[in-house]
Design a protein around this ligand. Structure first.
Ligand code: NAD
Ligand code: ZN
Ligand code: ZN
Length: 343
């Protein structure tokens, strides 16, 4: 089968022909319908995130059950599924609560999941080590649904834990209206009555936010002007929840400036920004949070939101073979919503 493989940082991924895997006892083989192209892959490809290649990329995957390893029950060939991405040990306290994203044994596993150390979904087929890592897709289009596994699950988890702060009259700031950010604004609209501000440095991404029904959009290319504008919209209370889907120094600093007292600053983006602390900056009562991905049950909730028609990934479809060009488009900021590769 054809696959897109990470070799090592600084090298473009390779298109390779590899043997189609066979599921060992307890494993499941999934025929991939869609593999989302996440900006985290660019961090893996361009910088060193400490992951040992080679492995097949793609950690945001959907498809159909193709074969069951011995002993697997409750699934049958053809079932449409999402593959839950952060693979934990399955035994620790966090994993038993379905939060494998916070597995206590992650350091000793040698992999963060398929496409993140183990072979992922940018291929015709993908091996999933356990049926507990599959979530039923129901009637959703499997290609459209691929981004639910990360681009929607990650913001959903970040937003859900901040819900008590997102009351009527509170202001929520979302920075970076790309793959994750365009899902975040939809999730926020579906789940909270708070006032929403979308921010980006790219006018077309701000246009996307407007199209998704966001009333206030702010260009943050000039951070001083942006801070003033955001403060004007939020009023004296300041921003109650800032969700930074970039995580660069400029965006983290902007969040610190605009959050109010008793707020939350959530950094999701991995661009290396640092939160500096001084007395009352961030303001007193501000919680800083660094969520990672989401739990298995939260992925089921995300699927339910999509099935109810409340959220929908805006996707651009590409053939698997175009992965290298698609990564370049993502690097150049030219993808609207999420790119999904189709084997
Ligand atoms: P993306 O490339 O699809 O979107 C990024 C967006 O940020 C683009 O719209 C871009 O124009 C905008 N942007 C870039 N620099 C900016 C700046 N200085 N100010 C304002 N906007 C700016 O990326 P994505 O796939 O949505 O991923 C976003 C980030 O989240 C990445 O760093 C990725 O690695 C990270 N991520 C983290 C987790 C986690 O669990 N913590 C999970 C998935 C992705
Ligand atoms: Zn990702
Ligand atoms: Zn665990």
């Amino acid at each position: 089968m054809k696959a897109i493989r990470f070799i090592r940082p600084g090298r473009p991924p390779e298109i390779v022909d590899v043997r189609t895997p066979t599921p060992a006892p307890g494993q499941i083989l999934v025929k991939i319908a869609g593999a989302g192209v996440c900006h985290s892959d660019l961090h893996i490809l361009d910088h060193d995130l400490g992951l040992q290649g080679p492995f097949i990329l793609g950690h945001e995957n959907s498809g159909h059950v193709a074969a069951l390893g011995a002993g697997v029950q409750g699934w049958k060939e053809g079932d449409p599924v999402l593959v839950y991405g952060p693979w934990g040990c399955g035994r620790c306290h966090a994993c038993q609560t379905s939060a494998e994203n916070y597995c206590e044994n992650h350091a000793s596993l040698g992999t963060m999941g398929g496409g993140l150390g183990s072979d992922g979904g940018m291929a015709e087929y993908m091996l999933v080590p356990s049926p507990r890592l599959l979530v039923p897709l129901g009637d959703l289009d499997p290609v459209d649904a691929a981004p639910l596994a990360d681009a929607a699950l990650t913001p959903y988890h970040a937003i859900k834990s901040a819900l008590p702060l997102m009351t009527p009259g509170a202001t929520v700031l979302v920075i970076g209206i790309g793959g994750l950010g365009h899902m975040a604004v939809q999730i926020l609209k579906a789940m909270t009555p708070a006032r929403l501000i979308a921010a980006d440095i790219d006018e077309s991404k701000l246009g996307h936010a407007r199209k998704l029904g966001v009333e206030h959009v702010v260009d943050t290319s000039d951070t001083d002007a942006a801070a003033e504008m955001i403060a004007g919209i939020a009023g004296p209370r300041g921003v109650a929840v800032a969700l930074d889907f970039v995580g660069a120094q400029a965006t983290v600093d902007l969040c610190v400036r605009v959050v109010g007292r008793n707020s939350r600053l959530t950094v999701v983006g991995l661009a290396g920004g640092v939160v500096h602390y001084a007395a009352n900056s961030p303001p007193y009562g501000c919680e800083v949070s660094v969520p990672y991905w989401g739990s298995r049950t939260e992925l089921m909730e995300v699927v339910a939101l999509a099935a109810a028609g409340r959220i929908r990934a805006g996707i651009e479809r590409f053939p698997l073979e175009e992965a290298v060009q698609v990564y370049q488009r993502l690097r150049d900021g030219k993808i609207r919503g999420r790119a999904v590769l189709q084997p």
